[in-house]
Design a protein around this ligand. Structure first.
Ligand SMILES: *Cc1c(COP(=O)(O)O)cnc(C)c1O
Length: 403
């Protein structure tokens, strides 16, 4: 008999770095989840933009179980077929010519920052190591990536930080112009700041960043861990903007719920990561790559991408209607199926209350900071689930604001 566990066990056996909700999901199908008590939830959160094809997608289950019967792991002194197939498909579908696999978004960014510095120092001299990032950005929780991320609350309290990192305001080209120099190795940008509040970059800004990087021989790194793999309505958000990076990082939706990250770049830049310069034991694992290949096959089709844009319009229209009826949201923004509803002044700071109330009504949503309710559902969520989820969300909103 398996041991019975409940939410109360969390406080007894887990490190207290999270504060999970009071229910535990045990089963999912598509965009519905069920908890231990059998209560059903519509999932508009997607495990924070991870479950790109919902839960227990038959194609992903098949890819995983088929590979599970073959080979789970080989060391990096060998390569494997799923990794090579996935890399080939990513190269064919993007600007990239070379791919490095790892297990998470933070690891993809860690690789990107190390490669950018290596490339810059190799080609521009020992002083060319500076990384410029934006305030309120999020790039992961390793000490290097959390320091590059522009939120001191995440990097304070751990002693001396990695150096050579500067922060400037997002969407402010003049600030970058003033900060960038020939010592800059790389500029890192999220095409939409996800954790920072679902804030899209202005197209002119991203084009300007690209031009300044070219002028100073700095690499443009786009962190597409949250925006990538269809989330934006294109396979990657850089395609929406028409601004091509030198290095792109992906994770979250890439594995559809199975851990994998990737760093994509050109052959020239990749050549600076020679044998022995970087690595990961599990990176490029056959199970993860087999699942990610199946995710890519479903996501990178005209039907799926068109569906994402249509579902964006459906969700935004409904949230805007709710905003004009109740005054709860100041703005509704985002791209594709990454949508943020910014709370109006009287409700600022209460995003978590809306999230908790939503779960009580049977719908899972997210927050992005204290002032923004975030939606990042499955990229193939049926319209009926969107409507039912937003019906429940509307009840939750009205319960919180008393209207
Ligand atoms: C989630 C996220 C990360 C970190 O990914 P992990 O898999 O949690 O390490 C990095 N960058 C962005 C933009 C993210 O949204």
């Amino acid at each position: 008999m398996p041991q019975t566990v409940t939410r109360a066990d969390f406080d007894q056996v887990m490190v207290p770095n999270y504060a999970p909700a009071d229910y535990i999901p045990v089963r999912g199908a598509g965009s519905r989840l069920w908890d231990q008590a059998g209560r059903e939830y519509v999932d508009l959160a997607g495990g924070i933009a991870v479950n790109a094809l919902g839960h227990a997608h038959p194609g992903l289950v098949a890819a995983l179980t088929e590979q599970a019967g073959k080979v789970w792991h080989v060391s990096n002194s060998l390569t494997n077929e799923p990794a090579l197939r996935l890399a080939r498909k990513l190269v064919d579908a993007t600007f990239a010519e070379r791919v490095f696999f790892c297990n998470s978004g933070a690891e993809a960014n860690e690789a990107a920052f190390k490669l950018a510095r290596k490339f810059a120092i190799d080609t521009g001299g020992a002083d060319k190591y500076e990384i410029i990032a934006t305030t309120n950005s999020f790039h992961g929780r390793t000490f290097f990536t959390v320091t590059v991320g522009g939120q001191p609350k995440y990097s304070d309290g751990f002693g001396p930080r990695p150096t050579g990192i500067r922060h400037i305001p997002y969407n402010d080209l003049d600030a970058l112009k003033a900060a960038i120099s020939d010592k800059t190795a790389a500029v890192i940008i999220e095409p939409v700041q996800g954790e920072g509040g679902v804030l899209p970059a202005d197209a002119a800004y991203l084009r300007g960043v690209r031009a300044l990087c070219d002028q100073h021989k700095a690499l443009l790194v786009l962190d597409e861990v949250q925006t990538g793999m269809g989330r934006s309505g294109s396979l990657f958000a850089y395609m929406e903007y028409g601004v091509t990076p030198d290095i792109l990082t992906s994770a979250k939706s890439l594995g559809g719920g199975f851990p994998i990250g990737a760093m994509l770049t050109t052959a020239d830049i990749a050549s600076h990561f020679g044998v022995g310069t970087h690595g990961s034991t599990y990176g490029g694992n056959p199970l993860a790559c087999a699942v990610a290949e199946a995710v890519l096959d479903v996501v990178n089709t005209p039907e799926t991408l068109a569906g994402i844009r249509a579902k964006h319009a459906r969700i935004v229209a409904r949230l805007q209607a709710l905003a004009s009826e109740t005054g709860v949201f100041a703005t509704v923004r985002g791209m594709g199926l990454l949508i943020g509803a910014e709370l109006a002044e009287p409700f600022k700071g209460k995003a978590k209350d809306f999230m908790t109330a939503a779960a009580r009504e049977g719908v899972m949503v997210l927050q992005a900071g204290p002032d923004v309710v975030r939606f990042a559902p499955s990229l193939i969520i049926p319209d009926a689930d969107i409507d039912e989820g937003l019906n429940r969300f509307e009840r939750a909103v009205r319960a919180v604001i008393g209207q």
